[in-house]
Design a protein around this ligand. Structure first.
Ligand code: NOJ
Length: 490
């Protein structure tokens, strides 16, 4: 599910002017890739391209009452009647907490060299702050050791939406900078204890979703419906939390730890490949991401955003902007669906957003429109706007109905169709020198898909939620083949 607040409204605002689009923030940015682009394997992805898969704590771990874990806002939300469409919760989910060794084996069998998982903040700090829970840390130590022993690199996400409930109750969650401070302390603790083995850390997963869905529309935990001004402030706080975490990890983690956000960038792309529409899409991408990615990467809110927000703009200080724009090493982009097709306009702000036709094709999730060119254009434009030299696709994938065939197997050719087309476009991007360094397929296995419960299956491995048996779908063979050949297409 995608969306930041009122993008359409923002796009159609009149009088937006003086949009400075020039690439900035280049100098300060640490270079992850110092040399010229890697040579490509013949027709394939660059040498050293990181192939991974991804999950998150609340969606797979289960064991919500074990070993001293505190409650998260998702525990409370999923137990509130009517909130989850199929009435399920993450109480047991995939029981990964107990079956992590089996799951690491699944990653190994896939041939993936990297695994993106998230740490459950309330497992480490049951109250969100205060004393850490050693048993919580033990779990992530075991998981990381198991991954490394299997030749898989752990990529850790600090926040994938399971905010400690205590912070929600005491401070109003992300409404308060107290939560930002607690997040920085938690990040420092993780950095201190785990960066001897974890070399890449994502700070926040999808500010673009958890802020508006959690605090604006109320679809996600904590289920609040606040005013536009309050939502803007919550989003600003999320950017501040990101920046504080970057600083905390630099201060307390091993030197060389790479850090970046994992953002569901508002995916703007040209309606078709004409230079004027490409230029317009570039303007749109920057403006539509003004309230998170752009402020993180440029250290300022755009004039157009501030004008649009007016009296509802977030309150902030120059010092906060400095923290928010602490240099990152890479940018993670979660890319699923085209969100805005853009054409050039001869009036400010220089672009128009086209209406999305009702007949636009989509996968088994209604929001998941099929637009493979999204994964070509969005990284290409993002790299240009923000002068990026290391982008990771931190998520891409699709849900599918995944009914077993008469022989009991799952031939998910629709998922393969989706992945094959997206990966072909990603390969086109890397071949043209767009600095995408890796790809994390969402998801390793079917799991708790938030408000949809266990009903939307995104996994490469099928999970029977009665028996918890994991079974490879045909897409496991597909992805293994891509990884082994470092290429899609023959
Ligand atoms: C993005 C989220 O990060 C992830 O948690 C979710 O399951 C997928 N999108 C699919 O909706």
């Amino acid at each position: 599910m995608v969306g930041i607040f009122s993008r359409r409204q923002f796009a159609s605002a009149t009088g937006l002017s003086a949009l400075g689009i020039a690439a900035t923030a280049a100098g300060a940015k640490e270079r992850e890739m110092k040399s010229a682009p890697d040579p490509h394997t013949a027709g394939g992805f660059p040498y050293g391209f990181v192939w991974g898969t991804a999950t998150s704590s609340y969606q797979i771990e289960g064991a919500v009452d074990e070993d001293g874990r505190g409650r998260s806002i998702w525990d409370v939300f999923s137990h509130t009647p009517g909130k989850i469409l199929d009435g399920t919760t993450g109480d047991r989910a995939n029981d990964h907490y107990h079956r992590y060794k089996e799951d690491v084996r699944l990653i190994k069998e896939l041939g993936a060299k990297a695994y993106r998982f998230s740490v459950s903040w309330p497992r480490l700090f049951p109250q969100g702050d205060g004393a850490p829970n050693p048993k919580g840390l033990d779990f992530y130590n075991r998981l990381i050791d198991e991954l490394l022993a299997s030749g898989i690199e752990p990529w850790l996400t600090l926040y994938h939406w399971d905010l400690p409930q205590s912070l929600q109750e005491r401070f109003g969650g992300w409404r308060s900078t107290e939560t930002c401070k607690a997040f920085a302390d938690y990040a420092a603790f993780v950095a201190e204890r785990l960066t001897d083995r974890v070399k890449h850390i994502f700070t926040l997963n999808e500010s673009g979703r958890f802020v508006y869905f959690g605090y604006g529309s109320g679809i996600d935990a904590p289920g609040l419906t606040l005013s536009k001004a309050e939502v803007n402030q919550v989003r600003h706080n999320s950017a501040l939390a990101h920046g504080l975490a970057v600083q905390a990890i630099r201060a307390r983690g091993r030197a060389g730890t790479k850090i970046g956000p994992a953002e569901n960038i508002a995916a703007c792309l040209p309606a078709f490949d004409a230079p004027e529409h490409v230029r317009a899409a570039e303007i749109a991408l920057r403006e539509m991401n003004a309230s998170f990615l752009n402020v993180v990467l440029e250290g300022k809110y755009t004039d157009a955003f501030l004008k649009w927000a007016g009296a509802d703009a977030p309150k902030f200080s120059a010092e906060e902007l400095r923290i928010i724009s602490s240099p990152v090493d890479f940018v993670g982009l979660n890319i699923y669906a085209p969100e805005q097709y853009i054409v050039a306009a001869d009036h400010a702000p220089g672009f128009s957003v086209l209406p999305m036709p009702a007949s636009f094709p989509h996968m088994s999730s209604d929001w998941l429109r099929i637009g493979p060119e999204t994964i070509y254009w969005v990284p290409r434009l993002a790299a240009k706007i923000w002068n990026l030299d290391a982008i990771y696709i931190s998520e891409n994938g699709t849900s599918s109905v995944d009914e077993p065939a008469p022989d009991g197997r799952i031939y998910d050719t629709d998922r393969i169709m989706y992945l094959r087309n997206y990966l072909a476009q990603l390969q086109r991007a890397t071949a043209e020198g767009v600095p995408v360094r890796g790809y994390f397929l969402w998801s390793l296995m079917d799991n708790f898909e938030w408000v949809f419960g266990l009903n939307k299956r995104f996994g490469l491995y099928h999970v029977d939620f009665e028996t918890l048996r994991r079974t490879p779908k045909l897409s496991v063979s597909f992805y293994r083949n891509v990884i082994a050949r470092n290429a899609v297409g023959v």
